[in-house]
Design a protein around this ligand. Sequence first.
Ligand code: ATP
Length: 356
Amino acid sequence: MTLVVDEVYKSHGAFELGPIDLAVDEEVLSVLGPSGCGKTTLLSTIAGTVTPDAGTISLDGLDLTGRPPEKRGTVLVFQDGALFPHMTARENVAYAASSEGRVEELADALEIGDVLDQRADTLSGGERQRVALARSLAADPDALLLDEPLANLDAPIKRRLRDELRPLLASLDVPVVYVTHDQREATAIGDRLAVIADGELLQLDTPDEVFSHPATPFVASFTGSTNLFRGDVVEAGTGRALDWNGRRLDAAIGGATIGDTVRFCIRPEYVMLASDETRNSFNGAITRQVFEGDGYLLDVVPDGGDEAVRLALSPPAYERAGLDERDRVRIALPADAIHVIGEGGGRTHETPSLSE
Ligand code: ATP
């Protein structure tokens, strides 16, 4: 079964989505993008609740574009998952399920066993969302479309369900399109990742590839590669290097040639504290630090520069280093973690500050 989105275009006043091209096999495609970028519009054109201005949607070669939603074999679950309010959670799920066994199985996986006999209109938002998810999984759809299905859940259950959902969705063996603005959720659940901004599909690849080789500065920034700089190529061929504000940086420079100015990025978790003259290392001062619960983010401005390099450290690494705010440190940017982004494509996006 393959879901194909072919040159789909839709405008809502000044907002334009597409044209978008996607082919989703029996896999989970996460669609990731900021609020208002067009994720729901895209999903709705696939579901048939929004008619595209141009382009086609097909499932296994069958053109669905003109068909009403109920004749598409696709199931669309929105954040608030509409349920039959006067029916119990069990009746809601059983309505779609092929067997009582399947209801129990999904109730277990989605942790709704305790509320199965409760009326849908008495469930909390999070419970309602999980029951709606169970109902959609039980429905045996030919394709499943999920719009932020974990959005209203609190952090611990969201993490648990994220881990549970992946095998559940994979076991359906149908194309699944999973919309979220949460990069952790998108990567944990998706086999592939489509990054959208302002109605434009910027990159479609495995989560690994998107994170390690973002196609545009926006993708880099949105997926957490907040160290985004400009440099000039000073060596190409076997020795490859950039000049970054007067500092030499060994780096793979892709197809760029000497004299080109390129944008490059490095993920904060790949920047290291260096104790000696490690390659690509610089002395600098910590200008800010933030404890984020599972680790520390430090901004370090190399001596003689004005651009901060962000560094992510685990709590043990931070404690081992015995750091204090405003300390001087030596940091290294490993050459193989530096990714040069081709000039021209995509939008620029400034590095957010630690206070954001
Ligand atoms: P969010 O993550 O906040 O749900 P989204 O990425 O799903 O956002 P969409 O809901 O697809 O974004 O909206 C994309 C843009 O289109 C927004 O600017 C929105 O205001 C606009 N839009 C969506 N539906 C309509 C409509 N029916 N009429 C007019 N504008 C619309």
